[in-house]
Design a protein around this ligand. Structure first.
Ligand code: DLL
Length: 441
């Protein structure tokens, strides 16, 4: 039997041990943690307590893992409705970090970590990097954005704790990224897959190579198998898919091992269920549905049955890497209307909120998503009012800038705004349409 750490294809790091626990031992650990986290949420977070009381349930209702299925779901709107700190289960003086991610309206959702939560996060990121075959001696260029986004700091702490050398370059400034990649002996890069495709394009144009790069850790947005093949062939590396979400911890909820046949979920900290998005019923392993996650060890912001909206399936079959933690299929789509541009989550409703703040436009708009040179672009077409159109042609540019400012203020991205004549946007086609380029990557 292989335990992974003897397996030449997979680097073992002592922190990876929970990946290989025998199932009964893992399930006993999960149950103990689940009971504790449900109690903590019930005792400290009014929203959880009220919802459970409404169903006549107390924390003692969880006697076995499947009992979790009786508990109410948590959704993104719950974070928005309790903005900013309403779901915290720790007093502020125990919270050592805050991050934020876009919500469905103008306000972001806020997530919190205690010192122990940061250790859990660092631990799952160490296990993620180790699963990609990285170890001390590797040089990691961390091109996920640093700041309120969880990608940058999450990957940073994990790579450092692994013992690797971290280059905290953050996102953007492609010329400098390419220079650092070649000159600093970088062996692994962490960024969004769309940014990697962009780096490949620019490297080609500049006639530069990827030096010692051997591994890429790509996530924060959906990407296809074709895109993986493209990246691997063009950059000469092994591309791994990493999954995570702010509400649960950030990056490091799951990752592909070297076999890259599904993402191993760090089940000792995040308990997965797959549900039918319409009825909410729990589905058996192997069925496609929405991923629901419960944090088993988070203190500052426990999440009970959080509906991720991400569509996948849970695979219990053992993996040839020896890990006993289950895998999920790669995520290609969501059950809601959120889309992701350059790693930033965007809801059409946020764009609408921004547009409605500006006079001279109608509530008719369309978001056009394109992919050029591997980078996702977003353009917003906005219909102007008839009066505005006839009276103030001169003012159109100012209006365009005002709308771009309003959107940037709301979603944190500068996008193109295109004004169109009254009555030209189809009323029935939905708010967002995706126009992919020919290369289908
Ligand atoms: O994107 C955390 C992250 C950072 C993951 C860096 C991986 C790497 P949020 O900004 O809260 O957190 O966005 C979470 O992004 O619900 C998915 O819809 C999507 N997503 C994240 N990773 C993947 C992936 C970070 N590997 C939302 N494949 C999630 C597909 C992904 N979608």
């Amino acid at each position: 039997m292989t335990h992974g750490w003897n397996d030449a294809t997979s680097a073992f790091h002592p922190a990876s041990a929970p990946d290989y626990l025998p199932r009964p031992q893992l399930e006993a650990l999960q149950l103990g943690r689940l009971q504790a986290v449900v109690r903590r949420a019930y005792e400290r977070v009014p929203l959880f307590r009220e919802r459970m009381e409404r169903l006549d349930l107390g924390p003692e209702a969880v006697r076995a893992l499947p009992d979790l299925g009786q508990l109410p779901f948590t959704v993104k709107a719950d974070l928005r409705d309790t903005y900013p700190f309403g779901l915290f289960a720790s007093p502020m003086e125990e919270v050592v970090r805050l991050h934020a991610s876009s919500g469905t309206t103008g306000k972001p959702i806020v997530v919190a970590y205690t010192a122990a939560d940061l250790q859990v996060w660092t631990g799952v990121m160490v296990r993620s990097f180790a699963a990609c075959g990285l170890h001390q001696g590797d040089v990691v260029q961390n091109a996920y954005g640093y700041g309120l986004f969880t990608g940058g700091l999450g990957a940073h702490y994990g790579a450092e704790a692994l013992g690797a050398t971290v280059i905290p370059i953050s996102g953007g400034n492609t010329e400098r990224q390419l220079m650092v990649l070649a000159d600093f002996g970088v062996t692994a890069i962490a960024c969004t897959p769309s940014y990697m495709v962009h780096l490949i394009e620019r490297a080609k144009e500049a006639g530069v190579g990827f030096g010692k790069l051997k591994v890429g850790i790509f996530g924060a947005e959906p990407w296809s198998e074709e895109m993986r093949q493209h990246i691997q062939a063009e950059a000469g590396i092994r591309a791994h898919d990493i999954y995570g979400l702010s509400e649960i911890i950030g990056p490091g909820v799951g990752i592909e091992c070297v076999h890259r046949d599904g993402l191993h979920l760090f089940e000792d900290h995040f308990y997965p269920e797959i549900i039918d998005p319409a009825s909410g019923a729990v589905l058996p392993d192997g069925s496609e549905g929405e991923l629901v996650l419960t944090t088993l060890s988070k203190q500052a912001m426990p999440m009970i049955r959080y509906r991720t909206r991400d569509i996948t399936a849970l695979h219990p079959e053992p993996c040839s890497c020896g890990r006993t933690i289950r895998r999920i299929r790669r995520i290609g789509r969501r059950s809601d209307d959120m889309f992701i541009i350059r790693g930033v989550n965007v809801f059409p409703s946020q764009v609408e909120t921004a547009l409605l703040k500006v006079e001279g436009t109608l509530p008719h708009y369309q978001i056009v998503l394109t992919r050029q040179k591997g980078l996702d672009e977003m353009e917003v077409q906005v219909e102007v009012t008839a009066e505005f159109f006839s009276d103030r042609i001169r003012g159109l540019e100012a209006l365009q800038a005002e709308l771009a400012d309003a959107i940037e203020h709301t979603i944190g991205l500068r996008v193109k705004v295109h004004l169109v004549q009254p009555k030209t946007i189809a009323r029935s086609e939905g708010k967002a349409k995706r126009v992919l380029d020919q290369r289908k990557i």
